[in-house]
Structure formats: structure tokens, C-alpha cells
Design a binder for this molecule. Structure first.
Ligand SMILES: [Zn+2]
Length: 168
């Protein structure tokens, strides 16, 4: 790729990642993440460059997010769905085509999400460099899950692009 095109593409990637980051830190009433520490944003962009869907890590619609115990250590990850899952479901609800789509996400995908990403035709995942380290309180089980996720994406031929900017 020529250097000017590459620069344009990187600026484009950064802009989408910033949007995902801002969205995840917004008011949970408007789709922002209710997670107390790890707020993750994901935006799916179609092969045509248009946004398909966006989501943060949050409770599924209709599930009560105001129960304190659901935020306790060991429970949160069972109650709160990953941003990537919810962005993919958003695309499914719209019957959008994910072939050749790009997924911008502010934290590298976990093992479960990586499997879904590989399965639905997304061609590239763009994440901030060292995103798992930027989230300083990420538990060991998540780090392991992310490492497995990276391997899954690699084996499935999904490109992973690490961006220096937009760290959370
Ligand atoms: Zn996940």
C-alpha cells in the first residue's frame, strides 16, 4: 500500500476506535457500558465503509442491571455480555452482511468472541496496541482468554491490526 493511502487508513482506523471508546464511556442509558472498571466499545463497519452497529459491554436488553450482586467479582462476566457479541447481534437484527466487515474494539476479543468473529465473516479486527495491558485490572483468566482469542483469529485468517492510539 502506498504511504499516503496507509496514513489515511490509519487515521480512519483511529477515528473509529475513538468513537468506540467514547461510546463505551457514555451514559449506560444511551448504550454506554455499566461495567465499573472495564468499559469496552465495539463498532462494526461494513465492507462499504459504513457503520453497521455499535455496542458496549453491557447487560442484555431486559436484564436488570441494577442488582448490586451482579457486579460482584466472579459474577460480572456472567451477567455482562461482551461488546463484540452485542455488536454482532446488532448486525444480525438488521440482517446486515458481515462478509468483509471490520470490527473496531477497544479491548482485544476474548476466546468466545474470537470464535464468533471468525465464524461470521468479519475480515479484520482493529484493536489498540497492548489493550489488555492498558486495562490494568484485567484478571488472569481474561488475559488467558484473550491469548486464546488471538490464536483463534490467526488460525481462522482474520487479520488483527494493532493501533498505537486510542488506548483506554
Ligand atoms: Zn468476548
Amino acid at each position: 500500500m502506498d504511504p499516503i493511502k496507509k496514513k489515511e487508513q490509519q487515521a480512519n482506523h483511529s477515528a473509529w476506535l475513538k468513537k468506540a471508546l467514547t461510546f463505551s464511556h457514555g451514559d449506560p442509558v444511551r448504550g454506554g457500558s455499566p461495567h465499573p472498571m472495564v468499559k469496552v466499545g465495539a463498532i462494526l463497519v461494513g465492507a462499504d465503509g459504513q457503520e453497521i452497529s455499535r455496542a458496549s459491554n453491557r447487560f442484555a436488553h431486559g436484564v436488570d442491571q441494577n442488582v448490586a450482586e451482579r457486579y460482584a467479582d466472579g459474577s460480572r462476566s456472567l451477567w455482562i455480555n461482551c461488546a463484540e457479541q452485542l455488536a454482532i447481534i446488532g448486525a444480525v437484527r438488521k440482517q446486515a452482511c458481515l462478509k468483509g466487515a471490520r470490527l473496531y474494539v477497544t479491548l482485544a476479543p476474548c476466546a468466545v468472541c474470537a470464535g464468533l468473529i471468525a465464524e461470521c465473516g468479519i475480515c479484520e479486527v482493529i484493536v489498540p496496541k497492548d489493550s489488555d495491558r492498558a486495562h490494568g485490572r484485567l484478571k488472569a483468566k481474561w488475559k488467558k482468554s484473550i491469548a486464546i482469542g488471538q490464536t483463534k483469529l490467526q488460525e481462522a485468517g482474520v487479520a488483527v491490526t494493532l493501533m498505537a492510539e486510542a488506548q483506554a
